[in-house]
Design a protein around this ligand. Structure first.
Ligand SMILES: *[C@@H]1O[C@H](CO)[C@@H](O)[C@H](O)[C@H]1NC(C)=O
Ligand SMILES: *[C@@H]1O[C@H](CO)[C@@H](O)[C@H](O)[C@H]1NC(C)=O
Ligand SMILES: *[C@@H]1O[C@H](CO)[C@@H](O)[C@H](O)[C@H]1NC(C)=O
Ligand SMILES: *[C@@H]1O[C@H](CO)[C@@H](O)[C@H](O)[C@H]1NC(C)=O
Ligand SMILES: *[C@@H]1O[C@H](CO)[C@@H](O)[C@H](O)[C@H]1NC(C)=O
Length: 641
């Protein structure tokens, strides 16, 4: 994970404080704490300047300073990504260096696009091609790494690109760079005509396939529709950038073969009936294999080998955890932990990060205080606050939120499947005060430019979870713990591909398989703008790297190749029918109780959604994300308290 930033100016005087004033540098450094570096490239006739700023979190190969610069060509490269396939990287090599070498050896634009098409893994990048005075940038097909852009009329800073930013009243807004292809900025044209001239090479399916233009522009590129008027965008239709996954299979099943099922209880016995069938069992094993490979690529850290070496030198020094899982105790996260267990050395603990939100002062409060809290959002409500502070209540029980309870149960199952592994179940308790303080200090600017109630809830929950500070109980002793793992696995992408949300059930009931396929395609298409950029910014803030096994190219291709009826059977009860294939995999791997847990969204499971407000809609703009929230002001003023 790295923090990358590039600012393009059409003047030749170096503007003061290009970046510093917005505190962006601090945020970038938190993403890349190991080394920071900046350099400027300029062109004279007509004049332009580009400032490149790179901040590296060291994870593999030799520590490599960014931006990379090629002395021979003058090219510059900023890379925030991981190569998990497609381009060969030796264990001791640095992937940014390898890719930069490939890009520098390209002699044409189509070469550049073909190199980028071949990379498997999450990425965002900026590449300055000196000979052509071009700036290339973009995000991988799913948008697993954040990249934001900001356009300005001011010639000192016509375009800024950055992994992370912050909204500021007097500044042009930032937006996420759409993950719809690779952008090229011709700096000489920009300098000559004093504007921003962009070319987009969109992702295209291999020829013959049928993804309509509407799907490309409508679902994937909402941000392209409202670019400022001084920005000109040309879409190049040469189909040179190839989508890295196979298209979605939309074949309709003849009929559901388990329609004889009666009752509406999620029971692992139903899963066993499916698994008794050879064909189904084979499919489940194919899924386990492809997901297991995806997890393996993501948990093998070359850094571990040096650790091991030092470990031998120091004799039996205990290994430090390198891998953490965002662990709600839901079936997705348990399955990831179970598969990580296959590939992480047995003497290395695995951290399971489990977050719970509660206002300890609210535990067990009675009707009168509850009425009070309902009024809270309209009034500063000091009376309620005081009531709560003086109540003598058990502060501990309130953290026993649904995700904590299923998390503990999941831990039990993991222990049973591998008793020799040391699992650190990290209980992360967050109070309302901490939530408010950290949202104001840091999280709101990481979530930005996203701004809904749902973005706030999930952004905050993921931030606290990924931070990894809580309590761990080991052999009966409970003590404070901070997860040192730099790699954080998350289960995102499972619900979108395997029909895990309750809206999928509604959609299926109304529109059948065709409607469900449409919905799933649309959701995977917009996952970059809905989730991934935000989650990357939020997790990266801890100097950790989010990894998404369910969005591995091979996993997506495997799931896309199956008819939807193999992935989910929404005629079956909740807890079985959604994500059926995934539940079967979990059951086959011995996770019986977890395999039939119904989906619970993180904002409800962690109870963060209950903490502050219960009358908002998830899609409402979240006032709390504004830098100074109206609601918080009176509470923060000590004079008022
Ligand atoms: C990188 O920075 C992190 C956080 O400051 C530190 O824990 C780690 O040891 C550093 N790694 C290297 C190789 O310097
Ligand atoms: C699209 O890009 C390719 C590769 O750079 C180029 O050869 C082609 O001329 C471009 N097409 C148009 C219409 O500009
Ligand atoms: C693409 O889809 C359209 C409309 O669904 C259809 O008419 C056309 O034949 C399809 N083309 C290919 C190559 O499948
Ligand atoms: C509930 O509220 C009443 C006042 O309305 C108070 O007398 C009582 O002690 C409260 N009970 C608890 C458990 O806090
Ligand atoms: C966190 O919550 C759990 C209940 O899930 C409780 O057992 C633990 O003591 C709490 N820790 C702190 C520091 O409040």
């Amino acid at each position: 994970m790295c923090g990358i930033c590039c600012v393009v100016s059409l003047s030749l005087q170096t503007p003061d404080g290009w970046l510093l004033k917005e505190g962006i540098l601090d945020s970038l450094r938190r993403r890349g704490p190991n080394c920071s570096h900046q350099l400027v490239k300029s062109g004279l006739h007509p004049p332009y300047q580009c400032l490149f700023s790179g901040h590296v979190l060291h994870l593999r190969g030799r520590m490599t300073l960014q931006p990379l610069e090629d002395p021979a060509s003058g090219n510059v490269f900023l890379w925030n990504g991981e190569i998990f396939g497609g381009i060969h990287v030796e264990a001791e090599e640095n992937d940014a260096q390898v890719l930069f070498r490939h890009l520098c050896s390209c002699s044409s634009e189509s070469d550049i696009l073909s190199v980028l098409s071949s990379v498997q893994g999450p990425w965002s990048f900026v590449f300055y091609q000196a000979s052509r005075h071009c700036l290339w940038f973009g995000r991988d097909y799913f948008g697993r790494r954040s990249l934001l852009w900001q356009f300005n009329k001011d010639r000192d800073k016509i375009l800024a690109l950055s992994s992370v930013s912050a909204g500021s009243e007097n500044d042009s807004p930032w937006q996420e760079v759409p993950a719809s292809g690779i952008f090229k900025l011709d700096l000489q044209i920009c300098a000559t005509f004093k504007g921003v001239f962009l070319t987009l090479h969109p992702w295209k399916c291999p020829s013959g396939e049928n993804i309509t233009e509407e799907a490309m522009i409508g679902d994937r590129n909402p941000a392209l529709k409202d670019l400022p008027s001084h920005v000109s965008l040309t879409v190049n239709e040469s189909h040179l950038l190839v989508v890295p996954v196979v298209p979605l299979n939309t074949k309709q099943p003849e009929e559901s073969r388990f329609s004889d099922f009666t009752g509406n209880v999620a029971d692992v016995g139903i899963l066993r009936r499916f698994l008794a069938e050879d064909r189904k069992k084979k499919l489940v094993h194919q899924f386990i294999d492809v997901l297991s490979r995806a997890v393996k690529k993501r948990v093998i850290c070359p850094a571990r080998d040096t650790d091991q070496f030092e470990g031998e030198m120091l004799k039996a020094a205990p290994r430090r955890p390198q891998i953490a899982v965002l662990f709600s105790g839901g079936v997705d996260s348990i399955l990831l932990a179970r598969l990580a267990d296959r590939h992480v050395p047995l003497d290395e603990p695995i951290d399971l990060l489990n977050v719970a939100f509660a206002n300890p002062n609210q535990a067990g409060r009675n009707d009168s205080t509850q009425k009070c809290s309902k009024k809270k959002r309209q009034l500063p409500s000091l009376e309620c606050l005081n009531n709560a502070n003086t109540a003598k209540l058990d502060p501990l029980s309130s953290f026993n939120v649904p995700d904590r309870i299923t998390g503990r149960a999941g831990l039990g199952e993991l222990k049973a499947t591998n008793p020799s592994r040391s699992w650190n179940f990290v209980e992360i308790n967050v109070t309302l005060e901490e939530l408010k303080a950290m949202r104001r200090q840091q999280i709101s600017q990481l979530v930005y430019p996203l701004d809904t109630v749902l973005d706030d809830s999930i952004g905050c929950a993921v931030w606290f979870a990924a931070k990894g500070e809580g309590l761990v109980t080991n052999q009966g002793d409970t003590g404070p713990y901070k997860s040192p793992a730099k790699v954080v696995l998350t289960g995102i992408g499972a619900d979108e591909q395997l029909a895990g949300y309750s809206r999928h059930r509604v959609c299926f009931q109304k529109y059948g398989f065709e409607g469900l396929n449409k919905e799933l395609r649309m959701e995977l298409g917009r996952i970059s703008s809905r989730n991934l950029g935000r989650d990357d910014r939020v997790i990266g803030d801890h100097g950790k790297e989010a990894r998404f096994p369910f969005l591995d190219e091979e996993v997506v291709s495997f799931l896309n190749s199956l008819p939807v009826s193999e992935k989910a059977d929404l005629t079956l009860p909740r807890g079985i029918g959604e994500k059926l294939l995934l539940r079967l995999a979990a059951a086959e791997l011995g996770l019986t109780a977890s395999s039939v847990l119904p989906k619970r969204a993180m904002q409800f499971g962690s109870r963060i959604a209950k903490l502050e407000s219960s009358h908002e809609k998830a899609s409402d703009k979240c006032m709390r994300l504004r830098s100074v929230s109206v609601e918080e002001l009176p509470l923060m003023d000590p004079k008022l308290l």
